[in-house]
Design a protein around this ligand. Structure first.
Ligand code: SF4
Length: 94
């Protein structure tokens, strides 16, 4: 997995106050069936415990130049994988 070409390795932070997901991200999650109508997130292969942790995480996105919730990053087209506390990001313009 580590050999995939990627531009950035973005460290994952744990924020005390979880970042809210943007309406755009919520829309994308719903379209791809990862969020139900009540706004509950369901990610395949991610346990509720893991999901709870993911909700508290964020990254300083080098492409958008702002802090984004990890869930948003996870569903981003640039997301490649998550390895030891870092996101491997393709870094393409969004
Ligand atoms: S995967 Fe997307 S959201 Fe995450 S750091 Fe890269 S560009 Fe930003």
């Amino acid at each position: 997995m580590g050999e995939l070409p990627h531009k950035y390795e973005v460290p994952i932070k744990v924020s005390a106050i979880p970042l809210k997901l943007s309406e755009k991200t919520k829309g994308e999650l719903k379209i791809s069936g990862m969020m139900d109508d009540k706004g509950k997130i369901k990610l395949k292969g991610v346990s509720p415990k893991m999901l709870k942790r993911m909700k508290e995480e964020s990254v300083d996105c080098p492409v958008l130049k702002e802090e984004v919730a990890f869930i948003q990053c996870f569903v981003c087209p640039n997301f490649q994988s998550r390895i030891s506390g870092k996101v491997l990001c393709k870094g393409d313009p969004l």
